[in-house]
Ligand binder design. Structure first.
Ligand code: BEZ
Ligand code: FE
Length: 324
């Protein structure tokens, strides 16, 4: 038998029956009712994730304002700050990402999305990654002739089980000894420099020559720089080399290796340092280098063995195969 809905159950909700004009909960909002009223307007969202994100945004934003109790002038100053942040963005400058980085939000998103079990830890991408850097061979010098202290970087790419990953794409980039990236000094660098894409050999190994990077301040001539100053913070990052590593069957790894002993390791302005990512830039005397070449003067050596996490989708596929 078909179940009929009772007249009571299909009756229109009270607010509709009263009419919008007479619905007491639809106007006269105050500090105690405004949040619920806004949340109530979200029920029409067709995508449940949009609804969840919007509701959390409203709840937390209202809680923030209730806690801070801004004056109207302070609220206007906040709007002006965000407006200027947007105006500062261009093809070569992303002030909103910098705001996210310096408030620790980028590293929070990173922590939520990357496990650290037995594989190399990740950290922020930063604004100086350039797609399509020159492809080089293992052993090449990627500095494009820029002056600096010679550095050889050696390492390997492995799976979490320690097996070498041959054919992994290793994208590297870093600053010079003055703390500047090529894209900040294209005239002087004469084009892209201190960045390259290398491919690991059958043993999972890679190596390249370059110049030693230095600590540097993030761009601080805009609203984020002013914010840092007002918060009593410096804009510096410890010296590091960036890596983006991709290999079939493994999750992409975005990370840096930081210079042991750098004075900014404990106060990185973007909160990106992890102990597991710190290594010495070892000073070496003239003579045989780790790549077998003979050096007539001293140089530095940095080594890191990366361990990649299996791509979660591949892991699912493996499990299905194993279950058959
Ligand atoms: C960087 O390491 O390149 C970087 C990261 C976050 C903000 C600014 C720079
Ligand atoms: Fe950097």
């Amino acid at each position: 038998m078909i179940q009929c809905r009772s007249a009571e159950r299909i009756r229109a909700p009270a607010i509709v029956r009263l009419g919008q004009d007479r619905a007491p909960s639809m106007r006269n909002f105050d500090e105690t009712t405004i949040t619920e009223a806004v949340l109530g307007r979200l029920t029409g969202a067709s995508d449940p994730r949009i609804m969840e994100i919007s509701a959390a945004l409203v709840r937390h934003l209202h809680a923030f304002v209730s806690e801070v109790r801004p004056t109207v002038a302070e609220w206007q100053a906040g709007i002006a700050f965000l407006t200027e942040t947007g105006r500062m963005c261009s093809d070569t400058r992303q002030e909103f990402v910098l705001l996210s980085d310096t408030l620790g939000v980028s590293m929070l998103v990173d922590a939520i999305n990357h496990s650290t079990r037995g594989t190399t830890e990740s950290t922020v991408l930063g604004p100086f990654y350039v797609e399509g850097a020159p492809t080089m061979f293992n052993g090449d010098d990627i500095s494009a002739g820029l002056a600096g202290e010679p550095l050889i970087v050696t390492g390997s790419v492995r799976g979490g089980d320690g097996a070498p990953v041959a054919g992994a794409l290793v994208d590297v980039w870093h600053s010079d000894g003055g703390g500047f990236y090529d894209v900040q000094q294209l005239d002087r660098a004469g084009g892209l420099a201190m960045r390259a894409r290398l491919v690991t050999g059958v043993d999972g190994g890679f190596r390249f020559w370059t110049i030693k990077p230095a600590a540097y301040p993030v761009p601080h001539d805009g609203p984020v720089g002013r914010m840092l100053q007002k918060q009593g913070r410096h804009p510096w990052r410890p010296a590091h080399v960036h890596f983006m590593i991709q290999a079939a069957g493994y999750a992409q790894l975005i990370t840096h290796i930081f210079a042991e002993g750098d004075p900014y390791l404990n106060s990185d302005v973007v909160f990106g340092v992890k102990d597991s990512l710190i290594r010495p830039f070892v000073a070496m005397a003239a003579g045989a280098a780790p790549d077998g070449s003979d050096r007539s003067s001293g140089f530095f050596h940095l080594h890191y063995d990366f361990a990649l996490e299996r791509d979660p989708e591949c892991r699912q596929a493996d499990l299905k195969v194993a279950a058959r």
